[in-house]
Design a protein around this ligand. Structure first.
Ligand code: GDP
Ligand code: MG
Length: 183
């Protein structure tokens, strides 16, 4: 296959966008899903500078994934409209979106605002409640229902628990969309 054809086919793959406030584990999840170390993970906010694209497969169907973190130069401030604005291109292109939150943080107004902005896009939306490193924290993940995102998945991006279920749910949604899309 020539590379131009390959590229155009790659660009036609459905895109899953990962969004959320700084340090919730977006890049860790991205790396977990694509199975390599392409996104930079760190304790320093704003450590990833570029939008990062990767690819994974679910039951033989290829899916593109974008880690939107790091588009924002200084991620210290959590300003939903800013996250939204800077991730806009990725969100526009996305077939489905995963919002990531950290189970150990209190839900605050900006989280509600970001969820609201994302819901308004009308695309399949998943909530990954990350850092659920022990079963004990699973009950706490339920607190995040108030964000109004029905598809909630407690996960630990670091340990890899729950991420297969998340990817599977995302892939099923994408599959559904694709089968409806005219050729
Ligand atoms: P991002 O800013 O949203 O991309 O977050 P990162 O992926 O860079 O992760 C921020 C910090 O959270 C890093 O120190 C990660 O090691 C840590 N982290 C990510 N996922 C988990 C997890 O499932 N459990 C725990 N305990 N820490 C995690
Ligand atoms: Mg990151």
């Amino acid at each position: 296959m020539n590379s131009i054809l390959q590229k155009s086919q790659t660009n036609r793959l459905p895109l899953l966008a990962i969004v959320g406030r700084p340090n919730v584990g977006k890049s860790t999840l991205f790396n977990r899903l694509i199975g390599s170390r392409r996104a930079i993970v760190g304790d320093e906010p704003g450590i990833t500078r570029d939008r990062l694209y990767g690819e994974t497969a679910w039951q033989g169907r290829r899916v593109r994934i974008v880690d939107t973190g790091g588009i924002i130069p200084d991620e210290k401030d959590f300003i939903p409209s800013e996250i939204f604005r800077q991730a806009r291109l990725a969100l526009e292109e996305a077939a489905a979106i995963v919002m990531v939150v950290d189970v150990r943080t209190e839900l605050a107004a900006p989280d509600m605002e970001l969820a609201r902005l994302l819901r308004r896009l009308g695309k399949p939306l998943f909530l990954a409640v990350n850092k659920v490193d022990s079963p004990k924290l699973e009950a706490e993940a339920e607190n995040f229902r108030t964000l109004g995102i029905e598809n909630l998945f407690p996960i630990s991006a670091e340990h890899g628990t729950g991420t297969a279920e998340l990817l599977e749910a995302g892939a099923i949604q994408l599959q559904r969309l694709l089968s409806k899309r005219p050729r």
